[in-house]
Design a protein. Structure first.
Length: 254
């Protein structure tokens, strides 16, 4: 009986030690994941500021801590894409999708890479997969990219559709507004073109080309007061830009 009790105690002790080891291993893994995620957040901030080399260093550090972090691979792919290392970028983007195949952000990013570097048509399934995910928190991103890729493929009808859908999720999405304004302007629908470009030029992200398009639309519509107001804004924001100087001198073709 004492032998059986001793064996039972040994087994219980061994199980307790194993459980403690497993718990410690889980804690280490959780801590590593947290440390890696913090590095990815930092890398994302550098990426947003255009500091790609620093962003790459941070994301590589994250992967050295936790190689299974899909977000790190995904961000690494975007950074490498920006610095022209396309083969490595594609590998990283595909690894992100392998680790998280249902993640709509990585599907969208993969689609954008394929659109920019390979084929617009080949990119569309990635965007559609992302949009099919009801949990996707930012579908306007995939819709905007789908619209841009449609334009690249000279598919204006679908581009218009995707841009309009993107605005349903983010009404002040500047690039969608600008692209729609250009589509409608070229189609001769000046009222719609005006509606979209006037929203776009209220943004802090306004660029000279958008403002010039707005002026051109008002000139076509014959609204001299609106045109004069926009010309004043152009002169105030871009007084020395060659394009602005040419336009103010009346050199832009009608």
């Amino acid at each position: 009986m004492r032998i059986f009790i001793s064996l039972a105690l040994l087994l219980l002790t061994a199980c307790a030690q194993t459980s403690k080891q497993d718990l410690n291993a889980n804690n280490v893994e959780r801590d590593n994941r947290h440390r890696a995620e913090l590095r990815v957040e930092l890398a994302s901030a550098y990426y947003a500021e255009g500091q790609y080399s620093t962003a790459l260093n941070e994301v590589d550090t994250a992967l050295s801590i936790d190689p299974s972090l899909a977000g790190a691979h995904g961000l690494r792919g975007l950074v490498l894409m920006q610095i022209g290392q396309d083969k490595q970028a594609e590998r990283s983007l595909r690894e992100a999708l392998r680790l998280a195949p249902e993640n709509p952000d990585w599907q969208n990013n993969m689609g954008w890479f394929v659109c920019q570097r390979q084929s617009a048509k080949a990119a569309m399934p990635y965007f559609l997969q992302a949009l099919a995910n009801k949990a996707y928190s930012s579908p306007q991103k995939a819709l905007l990219n789908a619209g841009l890729c449609s334009l690249k493929d000279q598919d204006v009808i679908n581009a218009e559709f995707y841009f309009l859908r993107a605005l349903q999720f983010e009404p002040n999405l500047v690039l969608a507004r600008v692209k729609l304004a250009k589509i409608y302007f070229e189609r001769g629908d000046l009222a719609k073109a005006r509606r979209h470009i006037l929203v776009a030029i209220q943004s802090e992200k306004i660029v000279i080309e958008d403002l010039m398009m707005a002026i051109h639309i008002e000139r076509k519509l014959g609204d001299r007061a609106a045109e004069k107001s926009l010309v004043s804004k152009l002169k105030r924001l871009y007084p020395d830009a060659p394009k602005a100087t040419g336009y103010l001198g009346g050199e832009l073709d009608e």
